[in-house]
Design a binder for this molecule. Structure first.
Ligand code: HEM
Length: 148
């Protein structure tokens, strides 16, 4: 149980911490760069970050539902766990949308040297990652406060 909980929390830390860094630190720091430099740099950044996010979106529910076993089902789990689960599912759906829609468009646009379309895709990713960062921080707050 403790090992499963550690994996669960490390997955949350890596995913939410990575989004916080990208949105709050890297994004403003990259702002002065020319689009021709900045947009491919974002694409390379995501290419390195997203495999970690894939691990997190698989490990969080896998370990989470394993941990839930101790209440023998959803109906018996405390409210904070059901909130965590609900927010977690929303976060995962948002990530899947980012990966398969705007991120795919970003890669296609950059391959075609279409910087305006790539810029639109990045704007969409920014809004969705900003939303997921807030949801992630809220989920962690609920998980930790609810557990104590
Ligand atoms: C996707 C479905 C998820 C399920 C089913 C789930 C389920 C659980 C369960 C059962 C626990 C143990 C609670 C306890 O034993 O008191 C737990 C702990 C925790 N979860 Fe989740 N979780 C999910 C997603 C997430 C997400 C997305 C995050 C953060 C972004 C998160 C963050 C945490 C944290 C920080 C703890 C540790 C709380 C503590 O012990 O103080 N979980 N989760």
């Amino acid at each position: 149980m403790p090992l499963v909980l550690v994996i669960h929390v490390l997955a949350a830390v890596i995913w939410v911490g990575g989004m916080f860094f990208a949105h709050q630190i890297l994004r403003p720091a990259m702002q002065p760069l020319e689009p021709g430099i900045r947009l491919p740099l974002w694409s390379r950044t995501f290419a390195r970050f997203f495999p970690w996010v894939w691990s997190a979106v698989i490990l969080l529910p896998a370990t989470g539902y394993f941990l839930m076993g101790r209440w023998f089902g959803f109906a018996h789990a405390p409210l904070f766990v059901n909130l965590m689960q609900g927010l977690g599912i929303i976060m995962i759906l948002i990530y899947l949308h980012v990966f398969f829609a705007p991120y795919a468009r970003l890669k296609r646009a950059l391959a075609a040297n279409d910087l305006p379309t790539a810029g639109q895709a990045i704007s969409q990713i920014r809004v969705l990652v900003g939303t997921n960062t807030l949801l992630g921080l809220l989920t962690i707050a609920i998980a930790v406060a609810g557990g104590h």
